[in-house]
Design a binder for this molecule. Structure first.
Ligand code: BES
Ligand code: ZN
Ligand code: ZN
Length: 511
């Protein structure tokens, strides 16, 4: 296995115009008759070439567009990548992050391994420079990423990809640098999640995922990891995780990765539980899935992987918060020992579940994970899972489903979605949906009578294992699967959830 290419983002106090670099990245808005004041020195050094691009219409400044300019010695930079930022009055941090991702992606495609970035120059002064630095760094990390561990034909591990934010003003540069550090930590944690999620089912089994979590825990004194094997799961009575795991020769695990707040304040700080679904491969079990696209079900561990990566990030960020990551992991396969439709499973909470469809396995392992979180006396439980095809049908691949009956939690997660550029859409999960999940022979059944409202009925099922604890659920089914790549992201896992959860936890730690 080839190591993944390293990505570095730094800040330098320097003038963009005089930077010696293979590529200088700058942004510009649409509908301009004149060059923005911030770009004028650059335009002058290029004898008006920037303005000329607008005039002849090659560059419109519209969002998601780029133009490459070859400087031919006019300035030390070999080329300029001019990125469209769209309408100036509509620009947000999300625009900037996407732009940075597209620029880094372009550089990697061209084989350029070192870039200078001055995307912040055109930004309105109203945007906080540290936040600007954060989103640019997040975008660069995201856009420069490629998954290459098994590409043996391509040349061996290349030199790192290095991006340098250049800014001449000391105060601005300092503000940017703080954001760049945080953004890089979050962005690289996202890439770490993508690499683990991209690894296939024959490589990442529940046991291997537990090793990954242990490795993360070793990297920080604030983190500790405990892994429950099947024997311990039997002792605890984790019937949901065990049932899903019985069909595979790779037995299930419950991974518990804890982050403890610093010093004496630790006890007074709230504890937030993140519960992530990690089905290392979901064939559907006895209720087997169709062959077409079944390969995509290696991404069914994405929720759990996002939780592990988020804990890594918050330890590196030094957040003053207690967080417990709970990752139930199993492989869902059909076999002579697999659980079957009609089975009645006693979960960790004591609630019994009639199995209608073995492909509704995520809620079975999450039921135990959420109930376990409840025994730890957490103040908040947020679960994240590639839970339902129905969510993908409802929201497509642009937004994740968010379900909760707690207004404060909904507000906090929506705010985190805005700040992280990982959008969520509130879907219902109330009593009327829970009614669909009542069994005639057990407390609950794991699938409703119809597929209608499947994302909401699944959430209503999970809700019952959180008891009185404020709870929210993120259905990220559409975010990693069938991802064939775009201008801002390479094919495969998007690492969805890491930025969102980091933003949420950062906010919680500041309360
Ligand atoms: N892992 C799947 C959900 C999924 C589907 C994720 C497509 C990503 C893309 C989940 O375990 C599943 O199969 N859910 C069933 C539930 C149904 C049987 C009640 C589904 O959505 O069809
Ligand atoms: Zn399934
Ligand atoms: Zn699944």
């Amino acid at each position: 296995m080839k190591p993944q290419r390293k990505i570095k983002v730094t800040t330098r106090r320097a003038d963009a115009v005089t930077q010696r670099t293979d590529m200088l990245v700058v942004g510009a808005f649409s509908h301009r008759k004149t060059i923005a004041p911030a770009l004028r020195p650059l335009d002058q050094a290029l004898a008006g070439a920037l303005l000329q691009l607008y005039k002849i219409g090659d560059f419109t400044g519209d969002g998601d567009t780029q133009s490459t300019l070859y400087t031919n010695g006019a300035i030390p930079a070999k080329r300029i990548l001019l990125c469209g930022l769209g309408d100036r009055s509509k620009v947000t941090l999300t625009t900037l992050r996407k732009c940075a991702a597209a620029a880094a992606g372009k550089a990697v495609s061209l084989g350029v391994s070192s870039i200078s970035v001055a995307l912040h120059m055109a930004m309105p002064k109203s945007l906080d420079r540290s936040e600007v630095g954060r989103v640019i760094a997040e975008g660069i990390c995201h856009g420069a990423y490629r998954y290459e561990e098994y590409m043996t034909a391509e040349k061996k591990a290349e030199s790192p990809f290095v991006a340098t934010l250049v800014e001449a003003d000391a105060t601005v540069s300092r503000a940017l640098a703080g954001g760049v550090r945080r953004g890089t930590t979050i962005g690289l944690a996202g890439n770490f999640a993508r690499t683990i999620a991209n690894r296939p089912g024959n490589v990442i089994t529940p046991k291997e995922l537990a090793k990954v979590a242990r490795g993360v825990a070793r990297s920080s004194p604030r983190l500790s990891c405990r892994v429950m094997d099947p024997k311990q799961l039997v002792t605890l009575g984790m019937g949901g995780i065990l049932a899903v795991g019985t069909g595979s020769v790779h037995p299930p695990r419950l991974i518990v990765l804890r982050h403890t707040a610093k010093g004496k304040s630790a006890k007074s700080k709230p504890t937030i539980a993140l519960v992530g679904k990690a089905v290392t491969f979901d064939a559907g079990g006895i209720s087997i899935k169709p062959a077409e696209h079944m390969d995509q079900m290696k991404f069914d561990k994405s929720g759990g992987v996002a939780v592990i990566a988020t804990l890594k990030a918050i330890a590196e960020l030094g957040l003053d918060l207690n967080v417990v990551g709970i990752v139930p992991s199993a492989e869902n396969l059909p076999s002579g020992s697999a659980y079957r439709p009609g089975d009645i499973v006693t979960t960790y909470s004591g609630k019994t579940v009639e199995i209608i469809n073995t492909d509704a396995e995520g809620r079975m392992i999450l039921a135990d994970g959420i109930a376990y979180a409840n025994t730890l006396k957490c103040d908040i439980i947020v679960d994240i899972a590639t839970l339902t095809g129905a969510c993908l049908v409802a929201l497509g691949q642009h937004q994740a489903g968010l379900m909760s009956d707690d207004d404060d939690l909904l507000k906090a997660l929506k705010h985190a979605a805005d700040q992280s550029g990982e959008p969520v859409w509130h879907l219902p999960s109330g009593e009327e949906y829970a009614r669909d999940m009542k069994s005639k022979v057990a407390d609950l059944k794991n699938a409703g009578a119809t597929r209608w409202g499947g994302a909401s009925t699944a959430a209503a099922f999970l809700r019952q294992f959180a008891d009185q604890t404020p709870w929210a659920h993120l259905d990220i089914a559409g975010m990693d699967v069938f991802n064939n790549g775009s201008e801002t992201a390479t094919p495969g896992s998007s690492g969805f959830g890491v930025r969102l959860l980091c933003a949420f936890l950062t906010h919680m730690s500041q309360r």
